[in-house]
Design a protein around this ligand. Sequence first.
Ligand code: PMP
Length: 367
Amino acid sequence: MGLHVPENIAQLKPYPPGKPIEELEREYGISGSIKLASNENPLGPSPLAIAAIQSHLQNLHRYPDGSGFYLRKRLSTHLQVPESAIVLGNGSNEIIDLLIRTFVRQGDEVLMAAPTFLVYHLMVRVAGGKPVEVPLKGFTHDLQAMTEAITSRTRLIFLNNPNNPTGTVLSRQDMDEFLDRVPQDVPIVVDEAYFEFANPEKTFSGLEYLDSTPPVIVLRTFSKAYGLAGLRIGYGVMIEEIADYLNRVRQPFNVNTLAQVAALAALDDEDFLQRTREVVREELRYLYQEMARLQLPTFPTETNFFLIQVDCDAREVYQALLKKGVIVRAMNSYGLANFIRISPGRHEENLRFVAAIEEVMNSLRKG
Ligand code: PMP
């Protein structure tokens, strides 16, 4: 139609979201399927969050609190950081987008690992920037190579800790050494979407580095450990100067009312968080043991998901599992064509997954 769409947008491939479960069931003529594909919480949402949502339904004719006053105040106590350091987002995805829109112009470079969370790459391209991807080494960020990839055009660096999709973490020593080598005017974004699942003895929190130079920006989310993925709420913590820029760029009412009240309630639901961690830990143990029995190589994780190596194209395994009503993630779009990624469900769901993958692998291996 001769539309004036810039090349950087026209050439993009959209983020590959799964189809709705209902639609897959209709297509495949199945029912009661289970979804282990998106690193979601096996327990559902926090019950305190559900109650808070119900008690706020009558206020939906009002705009949300555009400053996120109560939630930022609560987070400020919870994290021991000033309120002015916190920016709320429509999922931590939105903070990624805001950071990139704030810092990246046409031709600017943004450093990231490969494979890592796909959204960094996508948003940098949307902004006309150049994603500079540094291959992981041993499934972990290669900070030495990342340092060497910094140029005068580097505007941001993304570290995903723990990393999606590999589940690996960086140590405090890694981070200390990295900070010493990054130029002072290049902010480092530490995406901690899976922070709550990681063993604190193995890694650090970016919050420890808030006052460092170069500036460190921490991303967290309510989508995983707090079970609120459907509401879209996350946040970034950063020096006030950067928070101030993001507040100029973001939409005035970017985080909806129900998300704000649910997140507030979820922060008080210690019991839910603890049960989530326990269930995830226990179910991971079970799944690792079963994958070993099936002679499927796995990789250790500090998150609520892990990679399984299959000795064929992962899409074949994905399709065959789908026909049995089990939805997993084939990692082809991450450049890992022989891997699937799963996040543990409830125990009965995991039993079904194990039975299904056993059948699938037996028939693929025979074939
Ligand atoms: N970062 C990473 C590493 C993720 O895996 C995800 C979700 N898949 C996000 C950020 C975004 O989470 P949300 O927008 O739901 O807060």
